[in-house]
Design a protein around this ligand. Structure first.
Ligand code: PLP
Length: 398
């Protein structure tokens, strides 16, 4: 049999999507599963956004659009950057893609090549390392510590730089930790990026899901001169509960936008015309539903933290954004379920799925085998039910 391409050996499938699939299969077979594995809001897309899509269909807006997105949407994105971030971009610096994930993949293909190294703070979102590897680059995984709020320590970063380092990825608020980089830390990292002429990829996808009055900042907001080195990624999935619409975008120097559009022109072409019309209304319409979704996340965060604090041996930082908690479960590693010793978070997560009917993502996929990720984009009733079951199952281990 003809072998498949060697690049498939570079990475494993997304662990979060795999867990989701297993949880869904169990649910379909009749098991009562509480799914803390899902990385998407459980809310419906606000109706005014849906109406814009319905209108687009009725009016026949169903054909190819410019590869990099319709002018109306790119203008709305520029306005968003100006209003929310004080950043000046023009339409030539924006490319709209099929989700933030697609933007990231295009950007990595445009900026990096074989032999290049890119700094990825760990715990990391599962997809950065495989996407970098597919682009031929080497992800340099630099561990962060819970004591530092899981933010990258500049000295650690500096120690990881080589003559081949080309980029740095910052994701704040973070998936999986929910932590937010403070301005001082961002300025220190910006300094290093400038000194070593690195690309900064700022993944701002959770920008709007931020709590406790914390002000969102990214590197060019703090160090405007770094705008030439920075490519920002953002999207509609998380802020507007639009995961299925597949719409995201990048903003960066014009030559990067041109390169990304060139790649997109020979791969996927434009993002869905209907989603783009919906995206215009998402950005320009009332933001009230976003505010109310964020308020729900705040209530759920409180509930999750209260219930986790009630489980002996677990420790958990208080996240300031996104919709994830990232508790340390090491107190339960090495314990036994009957004759089986649970040594890894993968084994622990499998146990919790089977014994407690709760899907929780093991830390291994994020590069940390002491922790697990729970998404609290589920109802308060499910949070309560699920975490009581998790506690019972953990306390049964000996
Ligand atoms: C950190 C991070 N970046 C980017 C994305 C991509 O989201 P989408 O492709 O749905 O816009 C996700 C989604 O899970 C994410 O968690």
């Amino acid at each position: 049999m003809r072998p498949l391409a060697e690049r498939l050996e570079l990475f494993t499938p997304s662990s979060t999507l795999a867990l989701n699939a297993r949880a869904k299969a169990l649910k379909a077979s009749g098991r009562d599963i509480v799914n803390f594995g899902i990385g998407e809001p459980d809310f419906d897309t606000p109706f005014s956004i849906c109406e814009a899509a319905i209108r687009a269909i009725s009016e026949g807006f169903t054909r190819y659009t410019p590869v990099d997105g319709i002018g109306e949407l790119k203008e709305a994105i520029c306005k968003k950057f100006k209003t929310d971030n004080g950043l000046n971009y023009n339409s030539d610096q924006i490319v709209v893609s099929n989700g933030g994930k697609h933007s990231l993949f295009n950007i990595f293909l445009a900026l990096f090549q074989s032999g290049d190294e890119v700094i990825v703070p760990v715990p990391t979102w599962v997809s950065y390392p495989p996407m970098l590897l597919l682009a031929g680059a080497q992800p340099i995984l630099v561990p962060t510590r819970a004591e530092d709020g899981y933010t990258l320590n500049p000295e650690k970063m500096e120690a990881s730089l080589t003559s081949r380092t080309r980029g740095l990825i910052i994701n704040s608020p973070s998936n999986p930790t929910g932590m937010v980089y403070g301005p001082d830390r961002l300025k220190e990292l910006a300094e290093l990026a400038a000194r070593h002429d690195l690309w900064v990829i700022s993944d701002d996808i959770y920008e709007k899901i931020i709590f406790d009055g914390v002000q969102f900042k990214n590197i060019p907001m703090l160090r405007p001169e770094l705008i030439e080195n920075t490519v920002i990624v953002n999207g509609f999935s998380k802020t507007y509960a639009m995961t299925g619409w597949r719409l995201g975008y990048m903003a960066g120097p014009t030559r990067v936008a041109r390169a990304v559009a060139k790649i997109q022109s020979q791969s996927t072409s434009n993002p869905c015309s209907i989603s783009q019309k919906a995206g215009v209304v998402a950005l320009t319409g009332s933001q009230e539903e976003v505010t109310s979704m964020v308020a729900s996340f705040v209530r759920r965060r409180e509930l999750v933290l209260k219930l986790l604090a009630d489980i002996p041996g677990l420790t958990c930082l208080r996240p300031q954004g996104a919709f994830y908690v990232f508790p340390n479960v090491s107190a339960y590693l090495g314990k036994k379920n009957g004759a089986q010793i649970l040594t890894t978070t993968d084994e622990l997560a499998t146990y919790l799925l089977e014994a407690a009917g709760t899907a929780i993502v093991p830390g291994t996929g994020f590069g940390d085998d002491q922790t697990v990720r729970l998404s609290y984009a589920v109802s308060e009733a499910d949070i309560e039910r699920g975490l009581i079951r998790v506690k019972d199952a953990l306390l049964k281990l000996i």
